[in-house]
Design a protein around this ligand. Structure first.
Ligand code: SAM
Length: 503
């Protein structure tokens, strides 16, 4: 039997057999809608539920998945960690065979039947093999897609890329999403087991322009240059160094600093580097000033999209809770260790979010800090527009220039009102403009704001909009105030410059 955390568990020299496996999975309907129908969960979530060993969820799922139909057999094996009988496996894996998959290292004989030490998770058009969520987590565990993986994938700027790098590739999720808009993709991971698994996934998903290399951060690709670098590194700020996928072994937020500092020189002009990470708020220092130093000298503009900021105990509790290897009786000691670590490092709070850099060697670079709106969907296009908005606002920072610009309302802006009945008729209790896609910012909309939005039709200049807004019988218009609001609406994506290519 194979050692559970073997470095190279899967044979990579039988791609035709992996192709047959994919055929079998496709034929059985091994995708999110069919599996959701079988296991009766809501497909609203982008990811499948994790059926942990010993959980009630697993017990119910086993009940729903029982039977020998190919989809049932494959779900029992690859999502529920069960052992199936050889005959059912033979039917489910045709045109491949259990024998071929046993010798490839994917299947193993267990308790007189066939089992596997891997899970296969469908995610959109991908099938991602990874180490399983059932059983014990090992130090070299290769994770499947988690919430930060999905957030980064959604925020990635998906322009055409000649060459893309995925740092800390794991099972390859970011690399595979990038494959659709990249001529070449390379994934790097310090865990050789992850490199093996990701290379297997490249075969399973039919990508022949995606390669994976073992190494520390950028070491294997020092001489290459990229239009896009994406990284979901092991960023958790903690005293732990147990899991390679979670713990960098570096102090505080040093891993984020290294991904940025060592990655920026590898960007082509105009190229983007995007990473998801935590960062520390240190006593006596403004986190924005501290972070600005990370970007200084990179030759990049930067957008920092902050999701949350929490006290050290909240951050520690969140990670300790989600660690299935931490037993209840260990919590007091572990919690104390984490808090002592944060105190010793002078960490007063921890933020998380997505940082995006763009290489621009012309003119002084800028930094933009945003708090993410409550809802974030596929926000890659919004991220790209955020860069264009700051470019535009920088170019038009003098009022005279801004007044000559033409703006238009973004097509995904919506106006929402809630009214309550009163004896005098309907009373407006809530009036907001919001963006319905991507970074879904929203803000209170008064009459003047609504008129401003409506007047920005792409034909009038900002000066003409202001002239139309002014009420000849009312008080004079607060021009600096209206200009500030207009600029903020551009910054948040409600208003777009009309000129082609500006946003
Ligand atoms: C949080 S996982 C992310 C996996 C995947 N990219 C995703 O988005 O789901 C972090 C990955 O970084 C890898 N890793 C950890 N330290 C690394 C380093 N110094 N250099 C390269 N990869 C590293 C881990 O092995 C793990 O696969």
């Amino acid at each position: 039997m194979k050692q559970e955390n073997d470095y190279n568990p899967l044979a990579l020299d039988v791609p035709h057999e992996v192709k047959r496996l994919r055929e079998a999975l496709n034929k059985a309907g091994y995708d999110t809608p069919h599996i959701a129908a079988l296991l009766r969960f809501d497909v609203g979530d982008a990811r499948l539920p994790a059926y942990r060993a010993g959980s009630k969820e697993l017990a119910f799922a086993m009940h729903y998945a029982k039977g020998d139909a190919p989809l049932n057999t494959l779900v029992q094996l690859f999502l529920l960690g069960a052992t199936v009988n050889l005959e059912a496996a033979r039917v489910a894996f045709a045109p491949s065979t259990p024998e071929a998959l046993l010798s490839m290292g994917l299947l193993e004989e267990r308790d007189g039947g066939i089992a596997t030490s891997f899970q296969i998770t469908p995610l959109e058009h991908l099938l991602l093999l990874a180490d399983p969520h059932w059983g014990e987590l090992k130090p070299k565990h290769v994770v499947s897609a988690g919430a930060p993986s999905i957030a980064l994938a959604q925020a990635t700027i998906r322009r055409k890329s000649r060459s893309t790098l995925d740092v800390g590739a794991g099972c390859g999720i970011q690399a595979f999403f990038a494959a659709a808009h990249s001529d070449q993709v390379v994934g790097v991971d310090r865990n050789p087991r992850a490199v093996n698994v990701a290379a297997f996934n490249a075969q399973l998903n039919g990508f022949d322009h995606v390669e994976f290399l073992a190494g520390d951060l950028y070491a294997p690709v020092r001489d290459r240059r990229f239009d896009l670098i994406v990284a979901n590194p092991p960023y958790v700020i903690s005293p732990e160094s147990r899991f390679i996928y979670r713990d960098s072994g570096l102090k505080g937020d040093e891993i984020a600093q290294r991904v940025i500092g060592d990655g920026a020189p590898l960007l082509e002009e105009g190229g983007y580097l995007q990473l998801t990470c935590e960062w520390a708020h240190l006593a006596g220092t403004d986190w924005r000033d501290r972070m600005a130093k990370w970007f200084g000298g990179t030759g990049c503009d930067a957008c920092v999209l902050r999701f949350t900021t929490v006290a050290p105990d909240v951050q520690a509790e969140m990670w300790l809770r989600s660690d299935p290897e931490v037993k209840a009786e260990e919590v007091p000691e572990r919690f104390r260790d984490w808090l002592a670590y944060h105190r010793a490092e002078g960490i007063e709070a921890v933020s998380d979010g997505i940082i995006t850099l763009r290489k621009r060697s012309t003119g002084p670079n800028w930094i933009r800090f945003d708090d993410a709106p409550k809802r974030i969907g596929q926000c890659g296009p919004s991220m790209e527009r955020a860069f264009a908005a700051v470019d535009f606002l920088t170019a038009t920072h003098q009022d005279e220039t801004f007044l000559e610009a033409r703006l238009r309302l973004a097509p995904d802006v919506r106006w929402e009102q809630r009214l309550a009945p009163t004896p005098e008729g309907w009373d407006v209790r809530h009036s907001q403009l919001y963006i319905s896609a991507g970074l879904a910012y929203r803000g209170d909309a008064n009459r003047q704001g609504l008129s401003l939005a409506e007047l920005c039709n792409g034909e009038r200049t900002v000066r003409q909009v202001l002239e139309s807004l002014a009420d000849p019988n009312g008080p004079p218009l607060n021009i600096p105030g209206v200009l500030a609001v207009t600029r903020q609406l551009v910054e948040q994506g409600f208003l777009l410059p009309e000129k082609e290519g500006q946003i």
